[in-house]
Design a protein around this ligand. Structure first.
Ligand SMILES: Nc1ncnc2c1ncn2[C@@H]1O[C@H](COP(=O)(O)OP(=O)(O)O)[C@@H](O)[C@H]1O
Ligand SMILES: [Mg+2]
Length: 342
């Protein structure tokens, strides 16, 4: 997508800078929320450390911006080892993978982001590496070919993906821990924003301000931190340093972000479905053509949050806008004649 949306969960250049800095939690005690996952990880780390073994392989799946990369680094820190970071699309050749694995020390972490995009030819080397800490590769071909085995030091593979469904069964079953990260409730986002504000050297934020930022963050820490930075700039330049919740409203209204964290593209999608298609049901291709966006973009970056917020329903006949969405747009919902028969 060409345009960078402030409420997009995808990582943007400014986020990477901030992530590299002090905002990303370094230790497990600083990692907010995802309680079940954190508990599983704590137990696995403690057990592994007691046995002087690497932690189990972990698969983290869920929407972008929810803390998968952060947790991989946290696990390495808690294990007292290093994290090697790569990604599915970056590992184009088996040699790239082998090079990294042979460099790693005992109990280090290999983090593979977007692991669903790992090339098949590389994936095959991962299986014995994960299971038996060895790599088998064939030298020469035809009659003189032979298999050479390289032993590896024990390591932990942490895979992250937004599309767990695209993983092969063979790969998925090789992870000891597989966990789906969910969206964060507002109170947890408030904790994350308060901590980030402290680290950014901002004065303590009043609770209504923390709430105002968090409620617009679509359940996503990455979005919350980005909104916080915009609010900080606006406060400094346009509001004499005030951090009242009204400043959040003004700062984010300027960005086209409304009280629920919807932006112009979300509203355009909803208005199109409301007015052009009478609330639906309508097919995604038709909606995309009317909105003037590509359908994959709408499916990836607009619909998940509208579904989660209860503004959109996906039915067999197509997308349908809910009454709550009509109310949010300030448009009278149409009478639902067929409602009884749905
Ligand atoms: N549980 C959490 N507690 C505190 N901050 C978090 C948490 N999860 C994510 N963050 C913040 O949000 C940002 C995005 O998280 P990241 O790990 O990059 O997400 P993902 O890899 O899932 O896309 C991080 O830089 C971090 O500062
Ligand atoms: Mg990530």
């Amino acid at each position: 997508m060409a345009r960078e949306r402030i409420v997009s969960a995808a990582e943007q250049a400014a986020d990477a800078e901030q992530a590299a800095g002090a905002l990303r939690p370094g230790r497990i005690d600083e990692y907010v929320g995802q309680r079940d996952l954190v508990e599983r990880v704590r137990i696995a780390i403690e057990a592994a450390r007691a046995r002087s073994e690497p932690m189990e392989h972990v698969l983290l799946h869920g929407p972008p911006g929810l803390g998968k990369t952060t947790l991989a680094h946290v696990i390495a820190a808690e294990m007292g080892t290093r994290a090697y970071v790569t990604s599915g699309p970056a590992l184009t050749k088996a040699a790239d993978l082998i090079g990294t694995l042979t460099k790693m020390q005992a109990n280090d972490v290999l983090f593979i982001d977007e692991i669903h995009r790992l090339p098949t030819a590389v994936e095959e080397y991962i299986y014995p590496a994960m299971e038996d800490f060895r790599i088998d590769f064939t030298v020469d071909s035809g009659m003189h070919s032979k298999v050479v085995t390289i032993g590896l030091r024990p390591f932990t593979l942490i895979g992250a993906t937004t599309r767990a469904g695209l993983l092969t069964q063979a790969l998925r079953t090789r992870f000891g821990i597989s966990h789906n990260l969910g969206y964060y409730p507002v109170d947890e986002l408030m904790t994350i924003v308060a901590r980030a504000a402290r680290l950014l050297g901002m004065p303590e934020l009043p609770a209504p301000t923390l709430r105002a930022v968090s409620e617009r963050s679509r359940g996503t820490p990455r979005v919350a931190l980005r909104l916080l930075r915009r609010v900080r700039d606006f406060s400094q330049v346009r509001a004499k340093g005030s951090l009242a919740s009204r400043v959040v409203d003004d700062a984010l209204a300027l960005e086209g972000v409304d009280a629920l964290g919807l932006d112009e593209l979300d509203r355009r999608y909803m208005r199109t479905l409301a007015t052009t298609y009478g609330g639906g049901p309508a097919g995604i291709e038709a909606i995309a053509a009317s909105v003037g966006e590509d359908s994959q973009t709408l499916e990836d970056v607009v619909e998940p949050f509208l579904l989660q917020a209860g503004f959109l329903a996906r039915t067999r006949q197509g997308r349908r806008l809910t009454d709550a969405a009509f109310r949010h747009l300030g448009i009278e919902p149409p009478p639902r004649e067929g409602a009884l028969y749905e």
